[in-house]
Design a protein around this ligand. Structure first.
Ligand code: NIG
Ligand code: FE
Length: 389
């Protein structure tokens, strides 16, 4: 049998089933971008090369301009994230820088960040808008996301991220503008719609208006929910059949019950929790008890998680939130695929799936979440095509 690509004698963590799904000393064959052959190798020799599904970072804000290290410093001098935001810093300072930046400059900086993320074996990345908050800049951000090379990109419209200065004092007016103008005009440029439901951002009622507009265009929704307080965001997301509820530190058991009904994924963002020195942890035990799939993502953004290592976020999910290394790896493979609505295509190594995978020099896949600051990735394939290092 001949293939477009044949990799021989690797150990595979397929992530099929409830465990790592280990296939030791296997060959994997790809044709037409799909996995069509999985069989024990004919000449097994000792190997430390492991193949996993390509990692998926299902929540990032990768496109932006500016720098917010001043806010990190201000927080360590006693200010809170909410105070900085109320004083016009926070998201709005990145909005000003992103509006002023040229499309080429945005692309260059985002492309650099993507390259860093991918080095660790990432093959799919979700990228949000949300630092434009006007039609021109939101569409500029989505265009830049579409031009990124080196990973599969899923684009999310996050126009309801904050209230721009033009609508200062008129949150409702801005929500109407997003629902009636931005979503209709940008529906064909994105794969999903997101919002930030929080005291410093949008209320549940306003979030619902955004979701209603998204649904008119058949777009799936997701939500920044319950990060700093419990407004019932994850429950609201679930009631709207959201793909995911993200952050979820303050999510109540009642909201988790609603997530269970709808199959909504809990996306854990330990980088933001760590960087903001938060103390309220997501209800991991209750997620487990209810069988809620948990994903892990970097939430890369300049203000609350300037982190470009998904492996580090896996480790943080273990150390800070108590995930097991297996749960952390599920969180960046099959559960992250589900958070993007792509579980039929990617997230496991199985016959018929897209041939997106990563190669690591490790002893066991548990090593991926157990170490920090090292990068054991030695290869990356998208659709069966080896990616440049
Ligand atoms: O996911 N929570 C809201 N949005 C981002 C932070 C954005 C920012 O501060 O620039 C987040 O943490
Ligand atoms: Fe975010």
């Amino acid at each position: 049998m001949s293939f477009d690509l044949l990799i021989e004698n690797v150990n595979i963590a397929t992530m099929v089933g409830d465990d790592y799904g280990v296939l030791a000393h296997y060959d994997i064959g790809v044709t037409g971008g799909r996995i069509i052959h999985l069989a024990p190798t004919s000449k097994p020799t000792p190997t430390r090369t492991w193949l996993t599904p390509g990692l998926i970072d299902c929540h990032t804000h990768l496109v932006y301009a500016g720098n917010r290290a001043n806010e990190f410093e201000a927080r360590l001098n006693g200010k809170t994230y909410q105070e900085i935001s109320a004083a016009g810093g926070g998201i709005l300072s990145t909005v000003a820088a992103t509006r002023a930046a040229s499309e080429d400059a945005l692309l260059e900086s985002a492309q650099n960040r993507l390259a860093q993320l991918c080095r660790e074996g990432v093959t799919t990345v979700e990228v949000k808008s949300g630092y434009g908050l006007d039609f021109e800049t939101e569409s500029k951000m989505l265009r830049v996301a579409a031009e990124l090379k080196g990973a599969k990109i899923c684009r999310t419209l996050l126009a309801a991220h904050a209230v721009p200065s033009e609508f200062s004092g008129d949150k409702e007016g801005y929500v109407a503008y997003v629902a009636n103008k931005m979503i209709p005009a940008l529906a064909s440029e994105c794969d999903a719609v997101d919002a930030f439901c929080e005291g410093i951002a949008f209320s549940p009622t306003q979030t619902q208006l955004i979701f209603d507009a998204a649904k008119k265009f058949g777009l799936p929704v997701k939500l920044h929910a319950d990060q700093l307080s419990d407004l019932g965001g994850a429950g609201l997301a679930a009631d709207n059949h959201a793909l995911s509820a993200d952050h979820v530190e303050f999510t109540s058991e009642e909201s988790v019950q609603r997530m269970k009904q709808s199959g909504t994924v809990a996306v854990l963002l330990p980088g933001a929790f760590y960087y903001l020195r938060e103390t309220q942890k997501p209800p991991i035990d209750y997620f487990r008890k209810c069988g809620i799939p948990m994903a892990v993502a970097t939430d890369h953004n300049p203000g609350t998680s300037p982190c470009l290592s998904l492996l580090l976020c896996m480790n943080m999910a273990c150390v800070l939130f108590g995930l097991t290394p297996l749960e952390a790896l599920q969180g960046v493979t099959k559960n992250a695929a589900k958070a993007l609505g792509l579980e039929v295509e990617i997230g496991t190594v199985d016959l018929g799936k897209r041939a997106d995978f990563a190669l690591y020099e490790i002893n066991h896949p548990r090593d991926l979440a157990s170490k920090l600051g090292t990068n054991p990735c030695v290869g990356r394939y998208i659709g069966g095509v080896r990616q440049p290092d």
